[in-house]
Design a protein around this ligand. Sequence first.
Ligand code: MG
Ligand code: MG
Length: 264
Amino acid sequence: MIFLKTEDEIELLRESNQLVGKTLAELARYISPGVTTIQLDQIAESFIRDHGAEPTFKGFPNQNGKPFPASICTSINEVVVHGIPDNQTLIEGDVVSIDCGVRLNGFCGDSAYTFAVGEISPEKQQLLDITKKALYNGINAARVGNRIGDIGHAVQSLCEENGYGVLREFTGHGIGKEMHEDPFVPNFGKKGTREQLLVGLCIAIEPMVTLGNRTIKLLADDWTVATKDGKPAAHFEHTIAITHSGPTILSSFEELEKIIREKA
Ligand code: MG
Ligand code: MG
């Protein structure tokens, strides 16, 4: 069942998603060679709770009922999504995708960004650039009169034109009082297919893109999703609302990208 949101509900979703943006910006200050992902998790959890919100990922069950043990997902290099923070140290040349979710005033925020750790190779940089561009192409297709398939088509076509793989097993989603609501928002599809996009529909669009083959494997922890060929992957996610005047991005990369520029 799809819940269309009122303008007031969209404002609450904006507040939740802005807090996610601020949390990712706080993490951007610390993402450098030598930091461990569990340190990043602790920074994120404190930041979220200090702002009166809850980390929605913590305790979130997978298909087998196994709860996610941390407040953020930290996915390094060949890990695509759902990496579990641990004592692994980030090293120069890594890419790390941070996915963050909060619940504030009863509404959820969900956004993800793939960060470069120090200097990265040109091929990794291009993967990040194209994946982020695919996200914005998907957002641009999220207009009244279009359908869910138009979003997927926009994301998939740019990624595949560049020779990248697009995961089929994981998708974006509706978002509201629950982090995952209907409809599914695949990163692949055909124009003019699937659900209609209506005013008040709020969705997370989140391309998960691989440098090599799109085949994935689930690691023994039952959460971590990695590429089978060991090549790196990227993941960018925004939560948006569909309005009369077009797609409105409720989350934000502005603060975190300001911090990345300041560090450079
Ligand atoms: Mg997410
Ligand atoms: Mg999501």
